[in-house]
Structure formats: C-alpha cells, structure tokens
Design a binder for this molecule. Structure first.
Ligand code: 3NM
Ligand code: MG
Length: 520
C-alpha cells in the first residue's frame, strides 16, 4: 500500500540560494513526505540519472517510494518505484509494457475524460490539477479550482485508483483544498502534491510537517460536513435555535459585513436588534485585523465593488475557523457577478450559502429557475429539497434557499421552514436581512463552539442551526410585525420588523417556529 498523503514533487530551480538538493530532500523526508517524484525539466540524461540515483538512495533510507517524471528509461535505470506521465508523455499502456510488474504509474489529469482514460489504461493514481494558480509550471489548461475536483473524483468511484491534487497547494489553503475536493458521492483525495511550498522553503522539514499534520487531522476526522449529520429532530432544532438567540444576547458577537449600500443601514440595525454588534467595513487594509475579532463574516454580493476585500476577508475568516456566510445577490444577473462568485467560492470555503431560487440556480448552473436582476422569476424548483441537499454536497457547506417556503440543508439533513409574511417581499433587502440574521446566529454557534478542538474543521460551530436560526428569527419577526395595528404597508412594516427582532425571545422562537425535517 502506497501512502499518497504528502506527495513531494521536486524542482531544483526553486531551491533557496545556497541550499543543496540532497540536504533539502533529506529534510523533506525527515518532515514526513510519503512519496517523492523527481521532476527534471531541463537536465540532460546524465544529470537526470545522477539526481535520480541520489534521490533513490535517500528515499530508500526513509522507506519512501520514488517516482520519476516522464522518463521510463531513468526509472528503469535506478529501479524507481514508478513513473509519472503527463497527457503528452508516453501512453500508460506502453509504459506498463516496459516496466517490471508492480511498478506505479501516475497520470496528470484535468478533466473527467482524462481520469476515465487513465482508469481504462490501468493507471495506479491520478494527479488532479491545477487546483490553484501556480508559478511553478506553465499550465496548458485553465486552473480547475477546488470546486471542480469533485467530478473528477467521482470518475474514480468503484476503482482502486488513487488521487492527489496538485497546483498551488500551501499550508494556508491545504485544509480548504482537502475539504472542498470531495465528490457528491463522498469520494475524497488520497493526498496532496506540492512543489514550491516545500522546495522553496528554508525549512523543508517544518513545511512538510505542517502540511502532513493538516492532512492527518483531516483524514482522521469522522464528522465531515454532508457525510454525518447530528441526529436532528424538530424539537432539537427549535431548542438549539432558541439557545443561540440567548448566546447572541449574552456574547454580543461582532458581525463583520461586506454588504451593499442599499441595505447597509437596515442590516446594521437588524444585527443590533438581535443583540449583536455590526461592523460594515470593506477596506482591504482592515480585513486582517477584523478577522481576529469577528465572530462571523457576511459577504453580500449586492453591489460588487470590493472583490479584493471579499477574497481576502474570507481567507482570513477560514484561517481563524470562523463562519463565512455568502449571499450571492443577483449572481445570475451578469457574467461579471458569476465570475466573481466563482472566484470567491474557489478561494475560501463558505459555511453557509444563502440565496433565492434564481441565485442558487445560477450558482448551480441549473436552467430550472431564471432570474431578473436580483429577483427570481417563475415557480421555483420542482424538487427544492433535493436541490438544496445536492448543492450543499457540491459546495460542501450549508445551503439555504429562501422564498415563500425556505429550504435548508447541510447535505444530509433537509429542513423545510414555512414561517414568513408577504410584506417581507414588499420591502427592499429582506433577503439581505436574512443573510445578516444568519451571520448573527452563526456567530452565536461559533461562540458556543469556539473552544472545541476544530483542527480538522474549516469552521467551528453548528452552521445548520445557525442558518435555521437566522431564517426563523427574521420570518417570525416578520409575521409578528405584519399583524401590528400600526402597520399600514411596507413603509411602516420595516421599523416594525426591526422592533420585533429587538423584542424576539427564545420563547417566542420556540412557540412560533414551523420546522419540518424532510427526506427525498
Ligand atoms: N503539475 P506548486 S501543477 C508539476 O496541474 C505540476 O498537473 C501540475 O507546483 C498540474 O506546488 C504543477 O509549486 C506545479 O504550485 C505545482
Ligand atoms: Mg511530462
């Protein structure tokens, strides 16, 4: 059995000034790399052979398999454990016929067709990339992005072919890479392959250790989002949501919101009304400092002018294992918004994605529901329960589909919520207010869980309960506001809504919540 978990690919040109190759490789092996590929793009045959021999000796000392990039003859000459082949290198079948039995053959893949072909041809593993942008290699195809790895892994279902991801993997994104690179069938990566993060490091041993530790805690974690959901009942949901309101009032969490100008004021007021503390900040320079003190981050795509801040804030929040709530307002409206949303979701892991049918259809590339500007048109999805569950599995987070009926799923449990009032649709920004309320309840969930061990998780806290809490708070407040005798229409409804959020109690939530757990 080969351990693919930390796959080092060499690149001598990236060694720090003055670092000898053999010293670097020894330190990397000491740090725990589990398999080594010698990749020499410029060396002539004699030099390649020399480096391969040196590598073979070191790897043998550490009991680590050695793979040779591209050159079957070099692999044979040094009795390496296998070869790695690119799409334009020697075909797998030919390499197999030249190598002794039992040697490893790996293939670089960046499409489902590549993976299918590699399986057919009898490859032992595939390298899927590039998952992130990289300067180490001139790429011949577009960067895949973490969210595109899942379908390639699905193509390995039912086979014994292993998979590693490659391209731009660093200690800062390795957990995001592992968490995001899972197929909807639950197929995960067997490892990560890196060049520069280890080769360019002044301390290759330490760099390798860090990566390996993240892999280890991730692979040991049994509770992966969308795979095992705690056993929820409607009573448990109501109790926990009610508890979260209490936690919010007790802890007054800071909710950092990058939000649009249309709704900024009412969103800040809604946050305060629930007992939390809003900060509406979007300057790039302050994203790091805020990430240290916030309890949840809301990123609302309403007026897309701060994309750099959105990218950066989400990364910092992921680093700190804090909730990131993404509201892709009007994402289907323009090509630009689609592009920005894809870039954001490929960069950080959202904890909750919240949207109306048109927005979520656009994110999921579904033609089933159309949108006009920021509004959804038509009757919605034929099977909304299945839609949210599948999108949650695909995006690896909680998905909340809002509308007359709200649907929420973590990929396993699916919850249907029927609270609400027509007047919520008659004011601007009620959807954005839901996002704000979700971020506030997710902050409560984070406060509850912040001291738990979350090494293998991207976020601490129960984000399903957070999402449900935010929706229930706003829709229950909406119902209560609408029946107030002084509410004449949408103008008087908005301040009444803020009042009802202000006066909301855990008891009211328990009493009014209309929660149903559904199956598909
Ligand atoms: N193959 P770094 S990307 C060797 O996409 C290689 O197949 C890739 O280097 C592929 O870890 C890549 O420094 C370079 O980004 C990866
Ligand atoms: Mg090659």
């Amino acid at each position: 059995m080969i351990d693919y978990s930390l796959y080092l690919v060499t690149g001598r040109e990236l060694l720090p000034e003055g670092k000898a190759y053999c010293d670097f490789l020894r330190e990397a092996l000491e740090g725990g790399v589990t398999i080594v590929q010698v990749r020499e793009k410029k060396a002539d045959t004699a030099e390649f052979l020399h480096i391969a021999n040196e590598s073979k000796n070191l790897c043998t000392n550490y009991g680590v398999p050695l793979i040779i990039n591209d050159r079957v003859d070099i692999a044979l000459a040094v009795d390496a454990d296998g070869v790695h082949l690119g799409q334009t290198d020697m075909p797998v079948r030919v390499a197999r016929s030249l190598l002794p039995p039992g040697k490893i053959i790996g293939v670089s893949c960046n499409s489902v067709d590549h993976v299918k072909k590699a399986v057919e041809d009898g490859a032992d593993y595939v390298g899927i990339g590039a998952v992130w942008a990289t300067n180490t290699k001139q790429l011949t195809s577009l960067v895949l992005g973490v969210r595109a790895v899942g379908p390639l892994l699905s193509a390995l279902d039912g086979t014994s072919v292993k998979a590693v991801a490659i391209g731009g993997i660093k200690s800062s994104n390795v957990l995001r890479t592992l968490h995001g690179s899972v197929s909807t069938t639950g197929h995960r990566l067997d490892g990560v392959a890196v060049v520069s993060e280890i080769v360019s490091s002044r301390e290759p041993c330490k760099s390798a250790r860090t990566l390996k530790e993240v892999y280890r805690s991730w692979s040991n974690s049994t509770k992966q989002l969308g795979e095992i959901s705690p056993p929820y009942t409607t009573e448990i949901i109501k109790d926990r949501v009610a508890d979260l309101l209490h936690v919010v009032k007790e802890t007054k969490p800071l909710i950092h919101q990058i939000i649009n100008i249309v709704v900024a004021n009412q969103s800040a007021n809604a946050t305060l009304a629930l007992g939390a503390s809003p900060i509406m900040a979007s300057a790039l320079e302050e994203m790091y400092d805020l990430s240290r003190v916030l309890s949840a981050l809301l990123i609302n795509l309403g007026t897309v002018t701060d994309n750099e801040s959105m990218l950066t804030a989400g990364r910092f929040a992921n680093d700190a294992k804090k909730p990131v709530v993404f509201d892709p307002v009007g994402v289907g409206a323009t090509e630009f918004r689609r592009k920005v949303a894809a870039e954001l979701l490929n960069t950080w892991q959202a904890s909750v994605i919240k949207g109306n049918a048109g927005e979520l259809a656009a994110l999921a590339d579904s033609e089933e529901v159309q949108a006009k500007g920021v509004d959804s048109i038509g009757v919605g999805f034929a099977n909304p329960a299945k839609f949210v569950r599948d999108l949650a599995r695909k995006e690896r987070c909680v998905v909340a589909l809002t509308g007359a009926i709200d649907w929420v799923s973590d990929g396993t449990t699916i919850v249907k919520l029927t609270n609400g009032h027509k007047l919520l649709g008659d004011i601007t920004g009620s959807g954005c207010l839901v996002g704000t309320c979700i971020a506030t309840f997710c902050a409560g969930a984070w406060e509850l869980a912040k001291n738990e061990d979350g090494a293998a998780k991207l976020v601490r806290g129960d984000m399903l309960i957070g999402a449900l809490g935010g929706i229930l708070a706003l829709t229950i407040a909406g119902e209560r506001a609408a029946v107030r005798s002084n509410v004449q229409g949408s103008g008087t409804f908005l301040p009444a809504l803020i009042d009802e959020l202000y006066n909301l109690t855990p008891e009211k939530i328990k009493q009014d919540s209309q929660v149903e757990i559904v199956t598909v």
